[in-house]
Design a protein around this ligand. Sequence first.
Ligand SMILES: Cc1cc2nc3c(=O)[nH]c(=O)nc-3n(C[C@H](O)[C@H](O)[C@H](O)COP(=O)(O)O)c2cc1C
Ligand SMILES: CC(C)CC(=O)C(=O)O
Length: 368
Amino acid sequence: MTLPRLTAIPADIAAVTDYEPYARERLDDNAWAYIASGAGDEITHHANRGAFDALSLNARVLADVRGGSTALELFGQRFAHPIMIAPVAYQRLAHPDGELATVQAAAALEAGMMVSTLASCRLEDIARYAGAPLWFQLYIQPDRGFTRELVQRAEAAGYSALVVTVDAPIAGIRNREQRARFHLPQGISAVNLQGMRAPQPTLPPGASQVFDGLMAYAATWKDIEQLRGLTRLPLILKGILYPDDAELALAHGVDGIVVSNHGGRTLDTLPASLHALPAIAERVAGRAPLLLDGGIRRGTDVIKALALGASAVLVGRPWLYGLATAGALGVAHVLRLLRDELEVGMALTGCARLGDIGPHLIHKIKEI
Ligand SMILES: Cc1cc2nc3c(=O)[nH]c(=O)nc-3n(C[C@H](O)[C@H](O)[C@H](O)COP(=O)(O)O)c2cc1C
Ligand SMILES: CC(C)CC(=O)C(=O)O
C-alpha cells in the first residue's frame, strides 16, 4: 500500500534529504528499485556523498555581500542560479504527471532542465512549459537516422543545448533492480522513441553478448564528430571522469562537459564525481565550462563543486523524491531549498557572486 501524494509541505521537511522517506512511502517496490538504486554494491553512489561530506569550507567574515546574486551565463544563456535538473528517465514512475510536473516546477524556480531521451512525456509537450533554458539529453540510438530526427525534433521544439550522455552505452549491473524484478509498468514508456527500428545483431557462435550484441551499435567518437556537424546547438558530453576523455571531447568540438558517474548507476567503483573534478578542471583549463553531478544534496555542496572548478551543478534524486512526494510542489520546494542554502552559504563564505567562489574556500588542514 502506498500513501497519497501531499498537497502541502509539512514542517518536518526542512532539507532536501527529508524527502527520501516520504517518497519511499509513496512508491511501490518496483519504482523504488529503479529510482533509488545504484549499480553493483552502490559504492560509487555512496562515494558521491562521502566526497562532499569529507570537505570543509573556509568561512570569510565581514565581507560586504549586498547586491549579491547567484546568476550566471552558460553557452550564451542566462540562468538565475547554477542548480539544474539532471536528465532522468521515466518520471511518470515517480508521479502520474511525470516530466510535465517537473518542468513546471523548474520554470517557477528558474532552474535549467535537461530532458531525457527516455522521458515518459513527449519532448514537445514538456517544452511548452519551459521557463528557463531547456536542454535535450541524447542517448545515441542504434538507428542513427532516428537519432538525427530526434535531435531535429528537439531543436524545433526550442531546446537550447544537446547533452549527449556517453557513460551508459549499456545499462550497469543494477542488482537492486534485478532483485525487485524491475519492469516498466503498463502505460509508462520512452514515448519519444516510438516508431524506432531496433536492429538485432545476429551473433555468430561463440560471439560475446556484450561486445558483439549489446555494444554492436554503441556510439563512438565518430558519432560525436557527426553530431557536431549536424547541430549548431551547444554540444555537451555528460559522463566524463577521465582527463584524457575531456581532452578528446574538446578535440571533437564539444562546448561543455558534465563530470558525472551517472549518480553511481553505471560502473560501480568509479570515483566520486567530486574527486574526478579537479584533474579535469586542470586539464580543460577554462577552455570549456564544466558541470558536475552526483551527490549534490546541500547548498554547501554546490559551493564545493564550484570551488573545485564547476560552473554549475545538476541534481537528480532529490527532486525526484520531491516529485514522488508532492508532484510539482515537491520539485519546486527542493529547488527552493537548494537555492536558499546556496545563498546562505555564499553569504557566510563572503561571496557576493558565483565568480567569487574559488579553491580558497576549500579548507586544507595545515600539517604540523
Ligand atoms: C532514476 C534515474 C534515472 C536517470 N536517467 C537518466 C537518463 O535518462 N539520462 C542520463 O543522462 N542520466 C540519467 N540519470 C542520471 C542523472 O542524470 C544524474 O547523473 C544523477 O542522478 C546525479 O546524481 P544524484 O541523483 O546523486 O543527484 C538518471 C538518474 C536516476 C536517479
Ligand atoms: C536505460 C538507463 C541507462 C537509463 C538511465 O540513464 C538510468 O536509469 O540511469
